[in-house]
Design a binder for this molecule. Structure first.
Ligand SMILES: Cc1ncc(COP(=O)(O)O)c(C=O)c1O
Length: 414
């Protein structure tokens, strides 16, 4: 059983849902009661041993937890430090996203909500939500930026196969930020029957806290797996990629009270924490990419799942107090890391966690002789066609992949 550990550095937020000065609840009047209802329902459920055991059971029997811990001997000898992977790629649906989604859809069922809306970037959260909605017999609508629909065609098909309706977000950069806007608009209009299953540790309170708690299992498992292999010790460094920050929050929560250094890796074109500029987006205060007029800037990344200009508020807090550091990597470094792990270890990573590995390769002098744990948040099947197109010299594949006729059929929200 996981615990919230309120004396932990990653314990509960304050009553206003803040981590230090970040977080809170910046939403229209119409959503205040919905957020309060959700907070109440989550507090009660999380204190209820029946809910906790149903959740644990789902993670075990349906998602396949515990996920493994793999030592990468070939990569370690190539890089000059010891590398371990937490294998979230082996979960049902191929990423860490299923942990949070099973928690939230179970909560939706408990709250009597029959319709689920979600946003998705890479499609992994959308696939996980469509999967859980199918399992629980809930109606499911997934909003996805038009650009992401094109570059993640396989996941779009998966969601439809699972019975979800995929609706394109056509505004702004037509990526994750715009999909969140659409999902929130839907939620405001249908709040009586609809549950908004948010896919990362962002949004208004209680989402950043609740989503982190549903992912805490990653850190809890990884801590005991590492201690078993390292004779009671912990890795020197724990690394995770950061889009909204949910897989990082999950793994960091297991190590935040230990001596391990925590490193979040962002795409250079979406480095919200790296810029240290506070602002409000999607219901909470955090670090955020914005121009001199305070307008949200568009993130740019080869990886749809990290193409987000903000970051969860708890990461802004961890950065501000100096407990975690956040480092940028370029698309080129990521593509090289994607191929490196495939060739050295026979594991094709998703482009998102390839960011973590890209930083490790770059920091190899600093890491020499150390033990490093990387959260392998997802597998690369969804990205293979995109990387192939990039390597074949299709320049559009770096930003807007548009090579699939199936993917272009975005209007029919089936
Ligand atoms: C495999 C994978 N890792 C990481 C992320 C980024 O999300 P987060 O920062 O919330 O973990 C995504 C998002 O879609 C993803 O699919």
């Amino acid at each position: 059983m996981t615990t919230t550990g309120s004396s932990s550095l990653m314990g509960n937020p304050d009553d206003a849902g803040r981590f230090g000065r970040f977080g809170g609840r910046y939403v229209p009047e119409t959503l205040v009661p919905a957020c309060a209802e959700l907070e109440d329902a989550f507090r009660q459920a999380w204190d209820d041993p029946i809910f906790r055991s149903e959740f644990d059971e789902l993670l075990h029997r349906y998602a396949g937890r515990p996920s493994g811990l793999t030592e990468c001997k070939n990569l370690s000898s190539q890089l000059g430090f010891r590398v371990f992977l937490k294998r979230e790629d082996l979960n049902h649906t191929g990423s860490h996203k299923i942990n949070n989604v099973l928690g939230q859809t179970l909560l939706a069922k408990r709250m009597g909500k029959t319709r689920i809306v979600a946003e998705t970037g890479a499609g992994q959260h959308g696939v996980a939500t469509a999967t859980a909605a199918a399992y629980f017999g809930q109606e499911c609508v997934v909003y996805m930026g038009e650009v992401d629909i094109a570059r993640q065609a396989l996941n779009v098909y998966r969601m439809r196969l699972l019975g979800a309706e995929v609706r394109p977000a056509l505004s702004g950069s037509r990526t994750l930020k715009d999909a969140v806007n659409e999902a929130m608009r839907d939620w405001v209009a249908t709040v009586e029957s609809t549950y908004y299953c948010l896919g990362s540790v962002m949004g208004p309170h209680p989402y950043p806290w609740m989503v982190r708690e549903f992912h805490r299992v990653i850190g809890t498992e990884a801590l005991s797996q590492c201690q078993e292999i390292l004779d009671g010790d912990v890795p020197d460094v724990v690394v995770a990629c950061v889009g909204g920050g949910s897989n990082a929050a999950g793994i960091f929560s297991g190590f935040v009270d230990t001596r391990a250094e925590l490193v979040g890796v962002e795409p250079a074109g979406g480095a919200a924490v790296g810029r240290l500029v506070p602002g409000v987006v999607h219901g909470s205060m955090s670090f955020l990419m914005q121009d001199e007029f305070g307008q949200v800037q568009e993130a740019q990344s080869v990886s749809a799942g990290l193409d987000y200009p903000g970051v969860g508020p708890e990461h802004a807090h961890l950065a501000e107090i100096g407990r975690a550091r956040y480092e940028p990597v370029t698309d080129t470094e990521v593509l090289n890391a994607f191929e490196l792990l495939s060739r050295t270890e026979g594991i094709i990573p998703a482009l998102e966690p390839a960011h973590g590995l890209a930083w490790m390769v770059k920091a190899k002098d600093e890491l020499a002789g150390k033990t490093v744990l990387l959260n392998l948040s997802g597998r690369g099947d969804k990205d293979v066609a995109q990387v192939q197109a990039i390597r074949d010299g299709d320049p559009s594949a770096l930003e807007t992949v548009d090579f699939s006729s199936e993917a272009n059929n975005t209007n029919g929200a089936q």
